[in-house]
Ligand binder design. Structure first.
Ligand SMILES: [Fe+2]
Length: 449
């Protein structure tokens, strides 16, 4: 058996396959565009090894688009048909893929946890567990996995910067801002191209309301992202967010046109409908509209991307955003059908995500739609009972803030100071600081004082 660069055994005698798997893992954890190419190289070097097939399937599943599930199922079949000498670690990856495709996401996470318990340097398991738990809002679980692994890491281990970035984000989403900022900045100091470290620090800065620092932080790093994948769009989204919260709406809109939805960029041409891009784009446009900015005809292309997702229930957070794009572009029938299909999905009761849609994705979608219709009383009626569960639709506190902005806007326009007081009180609980200095909340906050 060969080993990867972290010292873990692989069911192959091919040094080329082992090297390609290590490179693919490095590529994946540092958000590069060539991960699949390295996995294909591993398969070519040793067609009998199952792990690269399983990883391919897991990455395809991670696209949150059922169109990719047939290919992911084919990868699962190929992984299962590989030579029987798989390690326990490899078996866990195959089982994680099988559970994921069956909709049992938390079960998949337990396989990553089992891998990380035995192999705490396995960045693939650490990253996949963080990814899956993030998209169901389980941030405490997410943090605990990276913290458990931390004792085994040191700067002597390959990709230490990537581990620091994972650790930083796990801590940040749980409000441990000081340590998150320190680990995130150390990650970027060791590898200036580490997008996840840059991202974790951006989250600390937006949560703490350090808007000017946020602009400087992101703008100082943009030259390091040439090889990165769509994560760069999300990093640019964070920059647009800092500008929007500062009240510099033209700069936010300029970033939207030049970076977030630039149809000429190779990344956008390769995958124009990636779920996280849709989230970014819909989120910033709606936030700007809440501040009175006319975003022109920008909704139409987003709605055209949202329409094929009407029956896509792979991501509650994305579904709630899709409803906004559809309604704002004038496709109210499609927005309502999206909501109805969510109801139907919830009633099926199968898999991890049905409960998440029920508790958070559905009320968020309905409230977002009601807000588009100007039905502010209904927004309040929908959000207030659900607001403590909205974390279950996944995403970060900063991302989900959009739905609180809709609620605050509705309460402000409905002249409901009682509701505003409750909502602003909630913000302290999830670590959103300097409310009065954010353009999103300044007017509503001032109305109470
Ligand atoms: Fe983010």
């Amino acid at each position: 058996m060969r080993k990867d660069i972290w010292g873990y055994q692989l069911s192959t005698e091919s040094s080329d396959a082992a090297q390609s798997i290590s490179t693919a893992t490095s590529s994946f954890i540092t958000w590069r565009t060539d991960t699949m190419a390295h996995l294909d190289a591993a398969i070519s070097a040793d067609p009998g090894i199952g792990l690269p097939h399983a990883i391919k399937g897991l990455l395809l599943f991670g696209m949150r688009n059922p169109d990719h599930y047939p290919a992911a199922r084919a990868a699962l079949a190929a992984a299962k048909n590989s030579q029987p000498a798989r390690t326990d670690r490899e078996k866990h990856y195959v089982a994680a893929l099988e559970a994921s495709l069956a909709g049992r996401i938390t079960e998949a996470v337990t396989h990553y946890e089992a891998i990380a318990a035995e192999s705490p340097l396995d960045l693939l398991a650490l990253r996949l567990s963080q990814f899956e738990l993030f998209w169901i809002g389980e941030v405490g679980w997410m943090r605990d996995i990276s913290e458990r692994a931390a004792a085994h890491w040191s700067e002597a281990i390959p990709s230490y910067s990537a581990f620091l970035a994972l650790r930083s984000f796990g801590l940040e989403e749980n409000g441990h801002y000081e340590s998150a900022e320190a680990f995130g900045k150390e990650s970027v100091a060791r590898d200036p191209g580490d997008c996840w470290g840059a991202h974790a620090v951006a989250h600390v800065l937006i949560m703490q309301g350090r808007l000017d620092e946020g602009v400087q932080w992101i703008e100082g790093l943009t030259g390091n992202w040439e090889s990165a994948n769509h994560i760069v769009h999300h990093l640019w989204w964070h920059l647009a967010l800092f500008y929007a919260e500062s009240g510099d709406y033209p700069s936010a809109l300029q970033i939207y046109d030049e970076r977030l939805r630039n149809l000429e960029s190779p990344l956008m041409k390769a995958i124009p409908d990636l779920y996280i891009d849709l989230q970014n784009d819909i989120s910033i446009l709606r936030r700007l509209e809440l501040r009175g900015v006319d975003v022109g005809d920008r909704w139409q292309p987003l709605a055209d991307l949202a329409r094929p997702r009407i029956g896509n229930h792979a991501s509650p957070f994305t579904s709630a955003h899709s409803v906004i794009a559809l309604s704002r572009a004038g496709y109210d029938d499609d927005a309502l059908e999206t909501i109805q299909r969510i109801r139907d999905y919830v009633s099926s009761g199968e898999g991890t995500l049905t409960a998440r849609y029920s508790a958070a994705g559905l009320p968020a979608s309905e409230a977002a739609y009601a807000h588009c219709r100007g039905e502010f009383g209904r927004v309040i009626d929908l959000i207030m009972p659900a607001r403590r569960n909205l974390w279950q639709m996944g995403g970060s506190h900063a991302q989900r803030d959009l739905f609180f902005q809709l609620a605050v806007d509705a309460a402000f326009k409905s002249e409901r100071p009682d509701v505003l007081r409750l909502l602003f009180g909630d913000f302290q609980g999830f670590g959103l600081e300097h409310i009065a200095e954010r353009s999103s909340y300044a007017d509503a906050f001032a109305s109470l004082h």
